[in-house]
Write a protein that binds this ligand. Structure first.
Ligand code: NAP
Ligand code: MG
Length: 400
């Protein structure tokens, strides 16, 4: 059988622990036999990040800017415990995802992979809901104060040219807490553009919600910027038959619960923090959640939303066969290959990515799945828990 050819390489970012083991298995069994895979390889495994003073992460992000599409394995973000576990670490390196996100100025979109045998907690949901969370500012970069005396808090802005504007926050008669937060127009615009780009890429409606009836200036500015950025996308949205829809956050929550799904929901930083946990839990499993980082100028980095599954890795190191779910990592590969195929006009590659996803769905529908899913499925599906390798072999069999 002739292998499918690629034009432009993918940026491949390898990672850590159990997901690194799955990574190699996925390439060997599900991709190499079918695709003449071209990648620019960057090893983001913790020890190689350490050996390169974390330069490899920056290089991988730069490569994504240059080539446009990346696929990333989960990676360890070192904490104090990891510093003890890996004594050779010279520094508590920053989260690779944070580094890559900052370089690409990107927004993260999380989408659940839905299967027939696991019913979402919300019965009306028939299609996945993708959450886009703004990742800069608001309460996450706020300053706070706790005062015990009566007095007045004010908010002052001093411009570089020397203009001063002061507002009274509140005069209080006793102990009180205060908070001041900000966002930048540049960041809000990037967020809006990334969301609009991704809606076009998925051919799905885009929803955006804030509380601009109460926060007329702050949230009001978010709404205006989204409206302004949408102007440049209007024709493309119309051509694709998709829409941009703004509503208040409380109305959005009610509509999301009553909806059938199948759209992107853009949320401010805090709303996105809360709502992404709500939506992902209601869809069923963290192991079935994909994640895409999209830059405002349309560069894409695909990965699984879960981490390196450390507990399974320690069992693997003892020689045990684990039943770690590879589906989200497989979908990171299929997502990246599909996007690469679309950009390079390679119908074969797009078709392969779709068949890879279908092979996963068919395998799961036949009842063959990893342990985490077997525990969640409806009884009539007669789920059989197998090891990761047996599961990947079953997918490869269908793919062939
Ligand atoms: P985790 O790797 O997502 O795993 C937490 C638990 O969730 C696992 O112990 C497992 O539960 C279950 N789980 C997650 N993914 C699964 C899968 N594919 N198949 C089966 N079960 C799965 O989170 P963590 O243990 O908090 O973090 C481990 C490391 O990952 C950390 O060093 C962290 O820095 C890193 N991390 C990386 C990323 C990223 O690169 N995007 C994201 C998050 C965390 P059971 O043990 O009960 O089976
Ligand atoms: Mg959270």
């Amino acid at each position: 059988m002739a292998k499918i050819q690629m034009k432009t390489p993918l940026v491949e970012m390898d990672g850590d622990e159990m997901t690194r083991i799955l990574w190699a298995m996925i390439k060997e069994k599900l991709i190499f036999p079918f695709v003449d895979l071209k990648t620019e390889y960057y090893d983001l495994g913790l020890l190689h990040r350490n050996a390169t003073q974390d330069k490899v992460t920056v290089e991988a992000a730069e490569a994504t800017k240059r080539l446009g599409v990346a696929v990333k394995c989960a990676t360890i973000t070192p904490n104090r415990q990891r510093m003890e576990e890996y004594p050779e670490l010279t520094e508590m390196w920053k989260s690779p995802n944070a580094t890559i996100r900052a370089i690409l100025d990107g927004t993260v979109f999380r989408t659940p992979i839905m299967i027939d045998s696991i019913k979402p907690a919300v019965r009306s949901w028939e299609k996945p809901i993708t959450i886009a969370r703004h990742a800069y500012g608001d309460v996450y970069k706020a300053v706070e104060m706790n005062n015990s005396e009566p007095g007045e808090a004010t908010l002052t802005f001093t411009s570089e040219s020397g203009n001063v504007e002061t507002l009274s926050v509140q005069s209080v008669k006793g102990p009180a807490v205060f908070q001041a937060m900000h966002n930048t127009e540049v960041s809000i615009r990037s967020f809006a553009r990334a969301c609009l780009n991704y809606a076009v890429s998925l051919r799905q409606d885009l929803w955006f919600s804030t509380k601009d009836t109460i926060s007329k200036v702050y949230d009001g500015r978010f709404k205006e910027i989204f409206d302004e950025e949408f102007e440049a996308f209007k024709d493309e949205f119309e051509k694709q038959g998709i829409s941009y829809f703004y509503t208040l956050i409380d109305d959005a929550v009610a509509r999301v619960i009553r909806s059938k799904g199948g759209f992107i929901w853009a949320c401010k930083n805090y709303d996105g923090d809360v709502m992404s946990d709500m939506v992902s839990t209601a869809f069923g499993s963290l192991a079935m959640m994909t994640s895409v980082l999209v830059s405002p100028d349309g560069k894409f980095e695909y990965e699984a939303a879960h981490g390196t599954v450390t507990r399974h890795y320690y069992r693997y190191l003892k020689g045990e066969k684990t039943s770690t779910n590879p589906v989200a990592t497989i979908f990171a590969w299929s997502g990246a290959l599909k996007k690469r195929g679309e950009l390079d006009g390679l119908a074969d590659l797009v078709d392969f990515a779709n068949r890879l996803e279908k092979a996963c769905f068919d395998t799961l529908a036949s009842g063959i799945m990893t342990g985490d899913l077997a525990g969640l499925t409806e009884p009539e599906f007669n789920a059989k828990a197998v090891t990761s390798e047996e599961f990947i072999d079953a997918i490869a069999e269908r793919l062939r």
